[in-house]
Write a protein that binds this ligand. Structure first.
Ligand SMILES: C[S@@+](CC[C@H](N)C(=O)[O-])C[C@H]1O[C@@H](n2cnc3c(N)ncnc32)[C@H](O)[C@@H]1O
Length: 346
C-alpha cells in the first residue's frame, strides 16, 4: 500500500470510529493533533493500543511495518503536512502502547543550543553569590561536566556550584571518577564524546592510559548525590537552585508519575530561577507549565528543539521521540520551550 493511502486509511479509521461514538469532533481545532485528544478519545487510543488477537498485538505488527515504510521515505516527504499528521497519530499510539523503562544514555554537550542558553542565563547571575545548579537524573556525569565546562569557559568570574543527582549509586560512582572511554561508555551505552569537536575534547579532558579524564578545573565544585526525584521530601534534602536541569528521564516514567515528579522537581527552583526540562511528554509538560504559571524562555527555542538528534530522530516510532515544532499552534511557545522561568520577575 502506498504511504499516503496508508495515512488516509489510518486517519479515517480512527477519526470515523471516534466521531461515530461522538467521542471527538470530526474536525479537531487547528493545531490540535491527536496527541492532544483527551478523555474518552484517549481511551479509544489506549484500547486500540492494548488490543490482542491470539496473544499478538495487531497494532504492534502494524507499527513495525509502518516504521519500515516511513524509514524508506525521503526526508522531504516526511516533512509534508499529511506525513506529520500521520506521524502524530502514530506517536499517540506508540505512547499508549510503549512499555517504559529507564536508561542511563547520555552525551557530552548533548544539546548545544540548550547549553548556550543556560550559559547566557548563567552570565546574567549577579557576581558575589554562587550560581547554584542542579543536574537531575545526571547518569554518569556527562551533562553536569558539560555545563561546568561551558559555564566556566563563558563566565570565569562566576562562582559555580553543581549538584548532580541520580537514583543509581552505580552511575554516580562513574560520574565521581570522571574517567571515560574514548568510544562507547559502559552503562550509558553511547559514544559519549560524539557531539564534541577535537578541540573541545582537548579542552575538557586529560588523556590517560585508561581513557579521558575530566580536567580538575571542570570537576571543581561538583557534588554527586543519590536521590529519588519522585520523593516529595527532596525539597527538604536538596534546598533551592538558581537553575535546575531535568533532562531525559521523565519521558521514561509512566505519564502520571512523570507529572507528579515534574511538580516535585519544580519545588527545587528558587524564586525567579530557571527550570530546564526536555526529554519529557509534551502534553504533560505543557499542562504542568500552564497550571503552575511558568514563563517559557523562547530564545533559541527552535534550535533547542532540534538540538538533540536522539530525540528528534526517534519520532514518531519511540515513545520518547520529539514531534516536529508546529509554530501554528496557539500554545506553541509553552509547548515547545524546554527552559522556563518560575516565579519572580524576568
Ligand atoms: C537517560 S539518562 C539521562 C542523563 C542525562 N540527564 C542526559 O540528558 O543526558 C536518565 C537518568 O535518570 C535517572 N533517573 C531515573 N529515574 C530517576 C529518579 N526517580 N530519581 C533520580 N534519577 C532518576 C536514571 O538513573 C538515569 O541515570
Amino acid at each position: 500500500m502506498y504511504p499516503d493511502a496508508l495515512v488516509r486509511l489510518t486517519e479515517d479509521v480512527l477519526d470515523r470510529s471516534a466521531a461515530r461514538a461522538s467521542l471527538i469532533p470530526s474536525a479537531a481545532p487547528a493545531g490540535v493533533g491527536p496527541s492532544k485528544l483527551k478523555g474518552v478519545s484517549a481511551g479509544l487510543v489506549a484500547r486500540t493500543a492494548n488490543l490482542r488477537i491470539l496473544g499478538k498485538s495487531p497494532l504492534g505488527i502494524y507499527l513495525r511495518i509502518a516504521e519500515g515504510v516511513w524509514d524508506a521515505l525521503p526526508a522531504s516527504l516526511k516533512g509534508l503536512p499529511p506525513a506529520i499528521a500521520y506521524g502524530r497519530l502514530m506517536h499517540a499510539l506508540v505512547r499508549s502502547s510503549g512499555q517504559r523503562q529507564q536508561y542511563f544514555g547520555t552525551f557530552f554537550v548533548r544539546n548545544r543550543p540548550q547549553l548556550q542558553l543556560i550559559c547566557r542565563l548563567a552570565g546574567e547571575h549577579p557576581r558575589g553569590a554562587p550560581l547554584r545548579v542542579a543536574v537531575l537524573g545526571c547518569s554518569i556525569g556527562a551533562e553536569a561536566y558539560s555545563l561546568a565546562w561551558a559555564i566556566r569557559s563563558a563566565a570565569p568570574d562566576l562562582s559555580l556550584r553543581i549538584d548532580g543527582v541520580d537514583i543509581s549509586p552505580e552511575v554516580l560512582e562513574v560520574a565521581r571518577e570522571g574517567l571515560y572511554p574514548i568510544g562507547v561508555a559502559e552503562l550509558a551505552n553511547e559514544p559519549l564524546c560524539e557531539r564534541l569537536t577535537r578541540e573541545e575534547i582537548e579542552h575538557i579532558f586529560e588523556t590517560e592510559p585508561r581513557g579521558l579524564r575530566v580536567r580538575p578545573w571542570i570537576r571543581e565544585g561538583i557534588r554527586w548525590q543519590v536521590g529519588d526525584l519522585r520523593d516529595p521530601a527532596i525539597g527538604d534534602v536538596f534546598g533551592r537552585y538558581d537553575v535546575v536541569v531535568a533532562n531525559d528521564f521523565l519521558c521514561h516514567m509512566d505519564p502520571a508519575e512523570a507529572g507528579a515528579c515534574l511538580r516535585n522537581i519544580a519545588r527545587l527552583v528558587a524564586e525567579g530561577g530557571h527550570l530546564v526540562v526536555s526529554g519529557v511528554d509534551l502534553d504533560m509538560r505543557t499542562d504542568v507549565a500552564a497550571d503552575l504559571g511558568w514563563k517559557p524562555v523562547t530564545d533559541l527555542i527552535e534550535e533547542i528543539h532540534e538540538g538533540d538528534r536522539s530525540l528528534r530522530r526517534s519520532w514518531p516510532w519511540r515513545y520518547w521521540g520529539l514531534e516536529p515544532l508546529d509554530s501554528g499552534r496557539h500554545d506553541w511557545s509553552l509547548r515547545y520551550a524546554s527552559v522556563f522561568q518560575l516565579g519572580g520577575a524576568s
